[in-house]
Design a protein around this ligand. Structure first.
Ligand SMILES: Nc1ncnc2c1ncn2[C@@H]1O[C@H](COP(=O)(O)OP(=O)(O)OP(=O)(O)O)[C@@H](O)[C@H]1O
Ligand SMILES: [Mg+2]
Length: 225
């Protein structure tokens, strides 16, 4: 479980400061599908980045399975991220000239695994996601939907506890978007926590928990009726 207690995030200083999160206290439950729902500029990505330890609060605390992230060293935090979190972004962030296999295996280089082990794990996750015929293709030869599925494979290859997806369907047509949402649901059913950032109520309906965010104020609610 990840728990934010009284988290504030302020970008900049003085007159130009932006108060992006205001006294946010929320929990991300294990194995649940949580959506962060709000308009553009409401603070969704800021919140997701703090939940995923990509960014730190200006004040307040983040606990991950009882450990206070604010008390970890930079090395411990990097290690925590490498083991625990997988990220998916609207614009995929694949290396365009690398093969699908190399893109998916990349997080395992950071984790210090051997080439053999990296490739075995990448192939296994690509097979699971029905992408085995794309393994040798370059990322820039794929459609948007295929790219997003590859980026989801990359987010899963190191078997994280939690997958965080920031507007993952934002660059996709409705059919590919629906496929990506179904894939995220499946990942959640396989036992992982999924955090979805969206401005779209329809996508948020996939979630068991919804965090509404408006002008940096976040409120948890259960499933929509
Ligand atoms: N690095 C930054 N420096 C300064 N201000 C920032 C930074 N990142 C975000 N902000 C500001 O913080 C507020 C929240 O931004 P955030 O990106 O979290 O919103 P969002 O809900 O994800 O928006 P969108 O739906 O457009 O992606 C906005 O006012 C934004 O301009
Ligand atoms: Mg955003």
């Amino acid at each position: 479980m990840i728990e934010l207690r009284n988290v504030d995030k302020i970008y900049g200083e003085g007159e130009g400061a932006v108060h992006a999160l205001k006294n946010v206290s929320i929990t991300i439950e294990d194995g649940k599908f949580t959506a962060i729902l709000g308009k553009s500029g409401s603070g969704k990505s800021t919140l997701m980045n703090i939940i995923g330890a990509l960014d730190t609060p200006t004040s307040g605390e983040v606990f991950a399975w009882g450990r206070n992230l604010g008390e970890m060293s930079a090395d411990e935090l990097a290690d925590y991220r490498n083991k625990t979190t997988g990220f998916v972004f609207q614009s995929f962030y694949l290396e365009p000239t690398f093969t699908v296999l190399d893109n998916v295996a990349m997080p395992l280089i950071i984790a210090g695994e051997s080439r053999k082990s990296r490739e075995e794990k990448a192939v296994a996750v690509l097979k699971k996601l029905g992408l085995e015929d794309k393994i040798r293709k370059k990322a820039n030869e794929l459609s948007g939907g295929q790219k997003q599925r590859v980026s989801i494979a990359r987010a899963l290859v190191h078997d994280p506890e939690i997958v965080l997806a920031d507007e993952p369907t934002g660059n996709l047509d409705s059919q590919n978007g629906a496929e990506v949402m179904a894939l995220l649901r499946k990942i959640c059913e396989s036992g992982k926590s999924v955090v979805l950032v969206t401005h779209n109520m329809e996508d948020a309906k996939n979630a068991e928990n919804i965090i509404d965010i408006k002008d940096g104020v976040a409120v948890m609610r259960g499933k929509t009726p």
